[in-house]
Write a protein that binds this ligand. Structure first.
Ligand SMILES: N[C@@H](CCC(=O)N[C@@H](CS)C(=O)NCC(=O)O)C(=O)O
Length: 371
């Protein structure tokens, strides 16, 4: 085995962008292996038991699937210059924005990728095809690209993206871009001059889809040039973690407040409802060996428009992280620092109340734990 870490990913894959950015910013020695059909068959599926990318293989042949698990394992192996701030507000905000990027901004990412076919379709099918079978003739790549890409396009309605709410989803995303623009005009990263776990969550949708695909890329360049520059800082080869600093005195810049408020009004109700529905699912499926990827559907509202989407329990595994962090804080940190901030952005008692269910990931599948 070589002494390099291996990233099995793809340039156009949302979560691969998060893992790659982390590896680069952290200065981890790695090589990227394209996830061809053959690599899926011979490596990814047998070693992980599931069909997701990215996957990281360590030099001692440990195989890790899921970007949060990858980052946390690498943080143990490379503990210097952590991507986790240590002060209460900054750490909580960075954990919340990781969840928001990973789990919610998939909506604009998938919408702008798949609902602008005149600008994107040729590009994205070619990308899927050349990843799947890089040495095959063009017509086979085209066929495979459409087949594999079509599967991902099929997720669009399940994420709750429909004719009815597209104007609302676009309006929300354009406002978010405006808020991010204001923030990145003043700060290099979310919380200072080095990226935190929150930056890595946001780069997932904001690189592969929203920056790199032709239609949303044009929108981002027009509306939010400072966000494009942040994408550049997040994806270049400079290991900026080695030199940057968090802002002093646990400061959370004012410019992040509208972004947290947007998360509180759009995403938080979905997280809370997912927890409620998972309790009901648990009662109806007491002997299920694992939690299914989708456990029904529920309503959600963006900019006053309500639509229906799949209930995805995985988002709770992510949301447990900020909830656990909040609940582990001492009384003084909560009341003096964190609670006023949460109140200000509309999280009210969500973290205080906690969650009804606890999820664990075992062998890359989710299970309910008895706590
Ligand atoms: N939450 C996981 C998700 C990995 C994931 O969903 N990857 C996408 C590509 S970006 C995938 O492989 N999807 C296949 C599928 O959904 O069946 C992570 O952080 O790595």
């Amino acid at each position: 085995m070589s002494d390099l870490y291996r990233l099995y990913g793809a340039e156009f894959s949302l979560y691969s962008g998060k893992a790659r950015s982390y590896l680069r910013k952290k200065g981890v020695p790695y090589e990227e292996i394209t996830s061809t059909v053959s690599v899926y068959k011979k490596f990814i599926i047998p070693r992980t038991g599931v069909r997701y990318i990215p996957v990281v293989q360590t030099p001692d042949d440990e195989v890790i699937q899921d970007t949060t698990a990858i980052i946390d394992e690498l943080e143990k192996r490379f503990p210097e210059h952590s991507v986790y701030p240590t002060t209460p507000k900054q750490k909580l905000v960075s954990l919340l924005l990781e969840v928001y990027g990973d789990e919610w901004l998939v909506i604009p990412a998938m919408h702008y990728r798949w609902n602008y076919p005149a600008m994107n379709a040729d590009f994205i099918y070619r990308e899927f095809g050349s990843m799947a079978a890089p040495n095959m003739p063009g017509f086979i790549q085209k066929f495979l690209g459409r087949k594999i890409g079509g599967k991902f396009k099929g997720f669009v309605p399940r994420l709750g993206i429909t004719e009815k709410n597209i104007p609302a989803l676009e309006s929300s995303y354009v406002s978010l871009l405006g808020d991010l623009q204001t923030h990145f005009e003043q700060h290099e990263f979310l919380l200072g001059s080095k990226p935190s776990i929150g930056d890595f969550g946001l780069i997932a949708p904001l690189y592969a889809h929203l920056f790199r695909d032709p239609a949303p890329g044009k929108l981002m360049r027009k509306k939010a040039p400072a966000v494009c520059q942040w994408v550049g800082r997040m994806t270049n080869d400079t290991a900026s973690l080695l030199s940057g600093q968090w802002l002093d005195d646990d400061e959370v810049p004012e410019t992040l407040l509208p972004i947290l408020s947007r998360m509180a009004s759009e995403h938080l109700p979905v997280l809370q409802d997912t927890d409620r529905l998972l309790s009901a699912w648990r009662e109806n499926n007491p002997d299920a060996p694992e939690v299914q990827r989708i456990i029904g559907s529920h309503e959600f509202t963006v900019e006053g428009v309500t639509a229906e989407r799949a209930v995805l329990p995985y988002c709770l595994w992510m949301f447990q992280r900020p909830v656990d962090f909040y609940q582990g804080l001492d009384e003084h940190s909560r009341t003096a620092a964190v609670d006023p901030l949460l109140e200000q952005v509309g999280f009210s008692n969500a973290l205080q109340r906690g969650l009804q269910n606890r999820l664990v990931r075992t062998k890359n599948v989710l299970q309910l734990s008895d706590q």
